[in-house]
Write a protein that binds this ligand. Structure first.
Ligand SMILES: [Zn+2]
Length: 93
């Protein structure tokens, strides 16, 4: 998963603000699992909308999306390496 710094950097690119409070809240090491729980997205998005407006709610959702993208990025990399190794094994590279 991207670090809080990376999340803030992306927020700045998108909105001009880092939304540090939101990213730190989501990635709180003690409560990370419940705060990334897809089943509570609506509840948390509403909460952020109340305190930070629509843009804050959007940055919360973006955080979750960027986490997933980060995870699949790793998967993709592993897959590419695995395929490259196999092709080498079969003498195809
Ligand atoms: Zn996260």
């Amino acid at each position: 998963m991207p670090t809080i710094d990376k999340h803030m950097q992306k927020s700045i690119e998108r909105t001009g603000k880092d939304y540090r409070d939101i990213h730190e809240w989501i990635d709180d090491p003690e409560k990370k699992a419940e705060r990334h729980d897809i089943g509570r997205v609506l509840e948390f998005a509403r909460m952020f909308e109340e305190s930070y407006g629509e843009e804050g709610a959007r940055e919360y959702l973006q955080h979750l999306q960027d986490d997933v993208k980060g995870r699949f990025g790793h998967l993709l990399e592993d897959m590419e390496n695995m395929i490259a190794d196999n092709l080498k094994y079969f003498g195809c590279s």
